[in-house]
Design a binder for this molecule. Structure first.
Ligand code: PLP
Length: 398
């Protein structure tokens, strides 16, 4: 049955694609070996590096998704049997660890409560204990989309430095890049992985990896099998603008437009400030409902996704289904261990206060429908109050 009106997409990716970005992708196909093609592609890499905060390294764009970008980061820099250290604190860190194991890496897993972030002290202790420097990589999911937790990457880097350990720092930035501040060079991140469908406000279809100069050095000795995801083949795209295989043309045009919006029109500082402020309003709403977030400590609050715990006796999946069927509102589900225990509100990408107020209103109705005792309008009012008393703009680029 047709659902009239605009669909409210509040899953934490894919996110809303701005109309301008949408239009930029409606193009005739063209020859990706033409002499003009590099005019489009060559500008993308330096701009991506700006989003990553990377001053020394290279970015690669694969026709893929975040999962493919995980694989690219691992296979280009590691050999089967290499030891790596990875905290597991949500479904995405779990899936990345699963991939590492399937690629034949020896993963030391730091089991961590779901709802907490990367445990810096335990990372430091594990690295100090590794006297022979067998651990080649520390793998951290920056923003664990499943639990709404953002880890402190500067803190992880500090822990690694305190242990004087040379391991590379691998980061999943899939649901943080382009929404939450990311300082690849300052934080000493060596490989950072992203996808197109979150903060970059595009459809899914691009897997993006940024590698530090130190990470690129390790390619020379890394023996994991890689073909499609070989950085060596992709390097040409950076150098002369041509890809080793047919690129996802419309997505590249879309990426050009979304980079324009983020970097040159809104400005990254404003993008980050907007996400912070919107997320604060959502958390005020959760508080007003008398509910709690899955994230255990404010220091890990995610500014791109809030996972709301439902009361005992209520199934979070029921809230999501009612929101979808009755109110045309898509919320994120509880994944794996968290199935049924929570629902997630994605608040990243092309979003403003009024869009979020609509979503919060829909969440309130769906929660009341399934028997959660919330006062109608309480969360909406709390978010409104927060947004009215805080500034919208940090500094406007002219
Ligand atoms: N990592 C994180 C943190 C994610 O949120 C996701 C997807 O939601 C992935 C990895 C997997 O990305 P993709 O679905 O693009 O393969």
């Amino acid at each position: 049955m047709r659902m009239p009106g605009r669909h409210f997409l509040f899953v934490p990716g894919p996110t809303n694609v701005p109309d301008r970005v949408m239009r930029s992708m409606v193009i005739a196909m063209e020859d990706h070996r033409s002499s003009r093609f590099p005019e489009l592609t060559r500008g993308l890499f330096p701009d991506l590096m700006k989003i990553y905060g990377c001053r020394n390294g290279e970015a690669y764009i694969f026709p893929s998704t975040g999962t493919g970008a995980w694989e690219a980061a691992l296979t280009n820099t590691l050999s089967p049997g290499d030891k790596v250290l990875a905290p597991r604190f949500g479904q995405f860190s779990h899936l990345w660890i699963d991939m590492m194991q399937r690629l034949g890496l020896d993963v030391e897993v730091l089991e961590t409560e779901w709802g907490e972030g990367a445990p810096e002290e335990r990372i430091e202790a594990a690295l100090r204990a590794d006297k022979d420097h067998k651990i080649k990589g520390v793998m951290v999911v920056h923003n664990e989309t499943a639990t709404g937790v953002t880890s402190d990457l500067a803190g992880v880097r500090k822990a690694m430095d305190a242990a004087r350990h040379p391991a590379l720092l691998y980061v999943d930035a899939v649901s943080s890049l382009g929404s939450i501040e990311f300082k690849m060079t300052d934080w000493g991140v060596d490989l950072a992985v992203a996808g197109s469908q979150k903060g970059l406000m595009l459809p899914a279809g691009l897997g993006i990896v940024c590698a530090s100069a130190k990470a690129l050095e390790t390619m020379k000795t890394a023996k994991c099998t890689r073909v499609f995801f070989d950085f060596a083949d992709m390097k040409r795209a950076n150098a002369d603008g041509y890809f080793p295989y047919t690129p996802a043309l419309p997505l590249l045009y879309g990426l050009r437009e979304s980079l324009n919006l983020l970097l040159h029109e809104e400005g990254l500082d404003n993008v980050y400030a907007r996400h912070t402020r919107l997320a604060e309003g959502v958390r005020e709403a959760v508080d007003a409902w008398g509910l709690v977030t899955c994230c255990r400590d404010p220091r890990w609050y995610s500014n791109t996704v809030t996972a709301v715990m439902v009361p005992q006796g209520i199934n979070g999946a029921h809230v999501i289904d009612v929101a979808f069927r009755r109110y045309n509102l898509a919320l994120g589900a509880g994944l794996s261990k968290m199935a049924g225990k929570l629902f997630r509100i994605g608040h990243l990408g092309d979003l403003n206060e009024l869009m979020l107020l609509g979503a919060l209103g829909g969440v309130e109705m769906a929660m009341a429908d399934v028997g959660i005792p919330v006062e109608a309008g309480s969360g909406v009012a709390a978010a409104q109050t927060h947004w009215r008393k805080t500034d919208t703009v940090v500094k406007r680029k002219v």
